[in-house]
Structures are given as C-alpha cells and as structure tokens.
Design a protein around this ligand. Sequence first.
Ligand SMILES: Nc1ncnc2c1ncn2[C@@H]1O[C@H](COP(=O)(O)OP(=O)(O)O)[C@@H](O)[C@H]1O
Ligand SMILES: [Mg+2]
Length: 240
Amino acid sequence: MIDEGRSRPTVLEAHGLVKWFGPRAALDGVSIAAAPGERVAVIGPNGAGKTTLLSILAGIQRPDAGNVETGGQRVGWVPQQAALYGKLTVAENLRLFARLEGRDDVEQVVERMLDQAALGDRRDDPVAELSGGNRQRVNIAIGLLAEPRVLLLDEPSASLDPRQRERLWEFILALAERGTAVVYATHDLSEADRHANRVLVLADAELVFAGTPAELEQAVGGGLRDFETSFVSFLGQLGH
Ligand SMILES: Nc1ncnc2c1ncn2[C@@H]1O[C@H](COP(=O)(O)OP(=O)(O)O)[C@@H](O)[C@H]1O
Ligand SMILES: [Mg+2]
C-alpha cells in the first residue's frame, strides 16, 4: 500500500481515508499530505474518487474511517461547480460569501479578495457576464476567503480554453509561491506534469502511485508524447 503520510512539516495530513456509498467504496484507505507551498496533483479517471477525497479534506463530507489533520487551520475549498449568483455582481457575491463565513470585516475582506484575484476592474459586473476564466477566479477568491494555508481545487480548469487556463495557472502558482499548499484534482495529465511537485494517482478508490511528475513518467514509460496511452496501460497493469 502506498502511504502518503509523512513526518516532515505539513499543513495537511490525512491517513487511511475510507468512504462508502452503499456497497461501493469511493475511497479505500487513502493517505495524503501537503507541505507549505507544495503543489499536489490528484489525477485519475472519472469515478476514481478525486472529488470525494477533496471534499473530505475540505470538511464537506465525513470519512467512514481515517482522519484529517490540519492543525486547526481552515482549508480553502474550490468546488468544480461554483455556487455563484449570476445576477449579483462580483463584489456582491464576494460580500455575500464573506458574510456567510461570519467575517466582521466584510468590506476589507472583499477588497483583499478582489485584489488577490485581480478582479478589481470587474467588481461591478454581474457574474453571469464574466468569461469562464474570470468566473473561476471569483470561485477561487471565495476559496481564499478565510486566508487558508491549504487550497483545494476540484478540476479548476476543466471548463476553460487554453489561454484562460494559462492565466488561471499563473494565478494558482503565484499563491503557492507565497506559501499556500495547493492540492488540485485533474484528469488532464499534462496539467499534473507541468504544475505539480507531487502527483498522486487514484484509481478505483485506491492510491496507486505517489511521486514526482518525473517519477510518474518513469513508472508509466513510453515518453510524454504518448503519455495518455501509456498511462491507461499503466493503470491496466495495476489491475484498473
Ligand atoms: N453522493 C454520492 N452518492 C453515491 N455515490 C457517489 C456519491 N459521490 C460519489 N459517488 C461515487 O463514488 C465514486 C467516486 O466518485 P468521485 O469522487 O466523484 O470521483 P471523481 O471525482 O474521481 O470522478 C464514483 O463511483 C461515484 O459514482
Ligand atoms: Mg470529480
């Protein structure tokens, strides 16, 4: 079994997470850890358990077994489906979420989030009129509301075009540079390869690989050009 739990300084550690939905395990003994500034990609096919893992780390769902340690720190959560109000402006959405968080310095928090997400010039635009890329930045700004030391993102670039993706990654990588641990789910192998320092592969509820992108390339073999194909046969060899 691959155990991602480690002894070096971490801002997030989870051990032996198990989650059942009826007779099926969505997670079957998965451990994960993230250090400050680290960028961890969780990759795997649809249905592998990525969203279940992240939502348990975010405290949205409870595991049936295992535990999550964050040292009492808040964890930022950016779900795949943003819960934004299209008719409200960017600033109004941020204000609403800051209130829901129970912040008593709402206006200051909103200004900080607009600044962090570089959305100042869009503050008075209704969210429904934003591009997918900007809407995703609002979503991330909300995830950053509590100034978390760990930000969890579920397939953050899934609905974006290549240029929007690049801008989104610049933004996410800058957060990591400043020390935020970033854990993101993706099924885009190149996004794991390019942006992560560490990659975890989930397949059928189990962690089947943990290592650097270079180590994954080595384990998968076949070179990056045919990486998708090689990755599928790599999972096949492991019985997935
Ligand atoms: N709320 C739920 N009720 C029942 N089954 C679920 C629920 N959420 C996820 N599952 C199942 O758990 C497995 C993992 O799902 P998920 O974590 O969404 O995978 P991924 O994000 O990797 O696509 C799938 O088989 C999915 O159908
Ligand atoms: Mg998912």
